[in-house]
Design a binder for this molecule. Structure first.
Ligand code: SF4
Length: 226
């Protein structure tokens, strides 16, 4: 038996990489005051390195993760009249703009939905809770489009899990988003990664910026400039 995405025939692997990256903007070229809500929901050090170093577009593993989400979006979002709608928010008294695109609204004028493909739904079922960063993202989309109801749908292509939000304190979530945006913006401006490890060991072990992060992290712990 051969296991893993690497065992696929070459034409399929090439198709995965092509489809995964064809619509993905090169973040190294994006103005630093124009942030995506998705960047703010990652580890901020990862967001910093992706802006500075770009992503490794040769990695089949990373492409596969993008590809699964893209395929689901392409099939399911067009089923709804209002889909792929832009959400934009400017932090008051700054020129920092945060944006993103919601997946779909259903029923019309009522609830915003966000689809997420993940490796395994086990931890969501165990904790009976969504990932905080995804909750922040879908509530941001709802707020920007004037909705108070939002839902997250997760699938690992085996299980399907849905979380609904109706009475969330969007004001405090917006404050967290603003604070993260300002932190990332300042880090990009000063060319210094945000301090501190922000992810679980598991996420770090999968991170394509681990080497850059560890070197800079060790240096900053020793008091050298980074
Ligand atoms: S290695 Fe961990 S802390 Fe460093 S950028 Fe990646 S996810 Fe973030």
């Amino acid at each position: 038996m051969i296991r893993g995405v690497d065992c696929l025939p070459e034409p399929i692997k090439e198709e995965i990489k092509r489809a995964a990256y064809e619509e993905l903007e090169d973040l190294t070229k994006r103005p630093i005051n124009q942030l995506f809500i998705t960047e703010l929901s990652w580890c901020l050090r990862k967001a910093f390195f992706r802006r500075k170093l770009g992503e490794n577009r040769d990695s089949l593993k990373t492409a596969w993760n993008f590809y699964k989400g893209i395929m689901l979006d392409r099939k399911w979002c067009p089923l709804f009249k209002q889909n792929q709608k832009r959400a934009t928010y400017q932090i008051p008294q700054t020129d920092i703009v945060i944006s993103g695109k919601l997946d779909f609204i259903y029923p019309d004028y009522e609830r915003v939905y966000e689809l997420k493909t993940i490796k395994n739904c086990y931890y969501l079922l165990k904790d009976e809770a969504p990932k905080e960063e995804h909750k922040m993202q879908v509530l941001f989309y709802a707020y920007c489009n004037g909705f108070s109801k939002a839902s997250l749908i997760y699938t690992d292509y085996s299980e399907v899990v849905r979380f609904d939000f109706e009475k969330e304190d969007i004001g405090s979530i917006l404050k967290v988003i603003e604070a993260r945006a300002e932190l990332l913006y300042q880090a990009l401006l000063m060319n210094v990664p945000p301090e501190g490890k922000q992810s679980s060991d598991w996420e770090c072990s999968e991170c394509e910026y681990r080497e850059a992060c560890e070197v800079k992290y060790v240096k900053s712990e020793q008091g050298s400039s980074v």
